[in-house]
Ligand binder design. Structure first.
Ligand code: NAG
Ligand code: NAG
Length: 189
């Protein structure tokens, strides 16, 4: 996975600010509400939320294909975009706690997790300064591997820091049917 990810650091480009909601912790869309909440990891210290967005899901891209059945997207490549400018990004060490919690759950709960569509298309992971979330932009449910999620977090968090003139970033699936974002949990990107 790491080898696969190394050639993925494609664009270090500014992406437009998409989320304009007020700054509250873990706010990623307008009219956000929590569908369910739990804690994962060996120490049960990483918060997991399925969230719903009243004003529609926080899609940054339109899905391009209609796939009504559940689609397994494990192992699919994604392209990294860092958010400029530098300063105020998440602490990569705290993001790494989320990645390790995902690896722990992969071993103890299951390799896969499911993510819905429509207003139930987003799952967030939070530990201290680090917020990471997965958004399904496809028309049907998706299944993804917890270890892949962990690897993307461990790639994006340290590679979208001040040294790269960045404060977090995302990794958008090559076919744009999903993306994973890593950002400061108390600041908008
Ligand atoms: C996250 O953002 C908050 C609010 O802007 C800031 O005070 C904090 O230093 C940031 N965290 C890190 C690790 O930079
Ligand atoms: C949201 O999606 C998850 C994953 O597919 C599912 O387990 C859960 O039941 C859904 N919740 C609602 C309220 O639709």
């Amino acid at each position: 996975m790491y080898l696969k990810l190394t050639h993925l650091l494609a664009v270090l480009a500014a992406v437009p600010a998409v989320f304009s909601s007020p700054i509250v912790e873990n706010s990623i869309c307008a009219g956000q509400s929590t569908i369910s909440e739990s804690f994962i990891g060996k120490d049960k210290n990483v918060k997991v939320q399925y969230i719903s967005c009243a004003a529609g899901p926080p899609d940054t891209f339109q899905a391009r294909s209609v796939k009504p059945r559940q689609t397994n997207v494990c192992g699919k490549t994604c392209n990294t975009n860092c958010f400029t400018p530098s300063g105020g990004g998440p602490d990569p060490n705290e993001c790494h706690v989320i990645a390790d919690a995902l690896r722990y759950e992969s071993q103890n709960t299951g390799a896969l997790f499911q993510i819905g569509t429509g207003t139930n298309n987003t799952i967030t992971m939070t530990y201290r300064s680090c917020l990471s979330f997965f958004v399904n932009q496809d028309f049907g449910p998706e299944v993804y591997c917890r270890t892949d999620f962990a690897d993307v977090i461990d790639w994006v968090a340290p590679h979208c820091q001040s040294a790269q003139n960045a404060h977090g970033g995302n990794c958008v699936a090559s076919d744009q049917t999903w993306y994973i974002q890593v950002q400061n949990s108390t600041a908008p990107h």
